[in-house]
Design a protein around this ligand. Structure first.
Ligand code: MN
Ligand code: MN
Length: 470
């Protein structure tokens, strides 16, 4: 070997040992691991199709918990290591816990994901007829690019509560036999003015009206006969009248099923990856956790997309009350439990999209297939609204994931001045709990059809599992 090539070798070695080398997971994974990843994604797709709203995801989680030996928690229950409990918060959020062998005053291991996703909610007085077409008025929920929600087949999910208190559950548009619904858009031929408008205002909130019928009630009398026919159908099917919409929560969501994306089937496309792509692995992690040392907690919360306000969101006290009750069951101070707890705020981050490279800073953003993404801080502008995990806690998580061969990357939500966002991390950190964001990179986040990588969702599951068991 010549002197030159020896030096070249040493530069290569030096680079290998001194540089931070990121690798695509497929360059590392063994065939049997890829099999596990593909199997996991089949379960995930079923979950996505069955859980298009927070209520459906909550019901899915509660059923899965019961099937796996979890009992409904009641304050004052005699609990011991290995016991599995859950709390159903109003059918929209759920807390699952497995009691650990260590004293509860040593703190909890918490994973917190959200199960609400952007969508079109029906207004309280939604039904109207115009020019012999019947439509629903909507009020969008969460951050959406409104133009994306036109000409997409929609299904309708939710509940109506009648004046006698009885509840009707609705799910129309998912079964292949069901009708579906749609928000129409202006034909291109007549869109000269619309096409000149910026995306922000080309489709306005009051334009997101859902087409629900066109056939009039057969009669010579008066107007609104299409609306009358629709209300007559709804009365015959559900026994409801127009007034019952006043106490309803009806959500129009994309009617598509989750599908493999790409010739190589390496990705999954579907509605509501944000944040069910973290909720599902967190749920799977706690369902399979066995006698952990620290008490494991998974919370699947509602209202993240509207700022976590309200009694099913994480700015409310429902998680705090649960931990306080648990602490008092074991005769310890809740503040001690909070202060010693650790949390993975399990939410998505943006994946790098080569069509839109300008909003990303390539050294510090997440890529598909590079594993679960650790987001040390979120926020907007000068990190406004972030909890920013400490170097010490970040180091602990880094070590934990490396030790357990969990493939992971670090990521920030785009370039500093391009926008920003937040998660529930800050609300949990405010309880004096060490908290860091850990989740899955998503393409087309908040669109009716989002894309994630199968490897990344599986690595999220592994990350949550080793964290709960640590
Ligand atoms: Mn999210
Ligand atoms: Mn979101």
């Amino acid at each position: 070997m010549s002197k030159d090539s020896k030096e070249k070798n040493s530069v290569k070695d030096l680079k290998k040992s001194l540089f931070y080398n990121k690798k695509n997971a497929y360059q590392i994974l063994k065939d049997d691991e890829i099999k596990k990843i593909n199997k996991f994604s089949e379960g995930y797709k079923s979950f996505l199709d069955a859980s298009k709203t927070e209520r459906e995801a909550c019901e899915f989680a509660v059923e899965a918990a019961r099937d796996n030996g979890f009992k409904e928690y009641k304050r004052g229950m005699k609990l011991k290591a290995g016991d599995k409990i859950y709390v159903n918060n109003r059918g929209k959020a759920v807390i699952l816990a497995v009691i650990g062998t260590d004293d509860i005053s040593d703190g909890l291991r918490i994973c917190a994901a959200h199960i609400d996703s952007p969508r079109l909610d029906l207004k309280q007085c939604p039904v109207y007829e115009d020019s012999e077409l019947a439509l629903f008025k909507t009020h969008y929920y969460g951050g959406i690019k409104k133009y994306q929600w036109t000409t997409v087949p929609l299904s309708l999910h939710g509940v109506l509560v009648k004046s006698d208190g009885s509840k009707i559950t609705v799910n129309i548009g998912e079964d292949p036999e069901d009708p579906q619904f749609v928000v129409n858009d202006l034909l291109i031929h007549l869109a000269a003015d619309q096409m000149k408008k910026p995306l922000m205002s080309a489709i306005e909130g009051e334009d997101l009206n859902i087409l629900i019928g066109s056939r009039p009630f057969k009669s010579d009398e008066g107007s609104d006969l299409v609306k009358l026919n629709i209300l007559n159908i709804l009365y015959e099917k559900y026994g409801i009248t127009e007034e019952d919409f006043l106490s309803a929560e009806l959500e129009a969501v994309p009617a598509c099923k989750a599908r493999d994306i790409g010739f190589d089937r390496s990705m999954v496309g579907g509605y509501g990856h944000d944040d069910r792509v973290c909720a599902y692995p967190a749920l799977e992690a706690i369902l399979t956790v066995e006698e952990p040392e620290k008490t494991s907690v998974v919370v699947l919360t509602d209202k993240e997309e509207t700022g976590s306000e309200g009694n099913t969101g994480l700015q409310s006290s429902y998680l705090r009350y649960f931990i306080s009750d648990l602490a008092s069951d074991f005769g310890v101070r809740d503040t001690t439990v909070f202060s010693n707890s650790q949390c993975m705020s399990s939410d998505v981050n943006a994946g790098f999209d080569p069509t839109y490279p300008n909003v990303m800073e390539k050294m510090n953003c997440a890529f598909l297939n590079y594993g679960v993404v650790i987001t040390k801080y979120t926020g907007s502008r000068g990190k406004s609204g972030t909890s920013d995990a400490s170097a010490e806690f970040t180091g602990r998580i880094r070590n934990l994931l490396n030790k357990n061969n969990v493939i992971w990357q670090t990521g920030e939500l785009g370039k500093v001045d391009c926008g920003g966002g937040g998660t529930v991390a800050a609300y949990i950190a405010n309880l004096n709990i060490d908290t860091i964001d850990v989740g899955v990179p998503v393409l087309s986040m908040h669109a009716p059809f989002e894309v994630i990588s199968k490897v990344d969702v599986y690595m999220a599951y592994r990350a949550f599992k080793v964290f709960l068991e640590d």
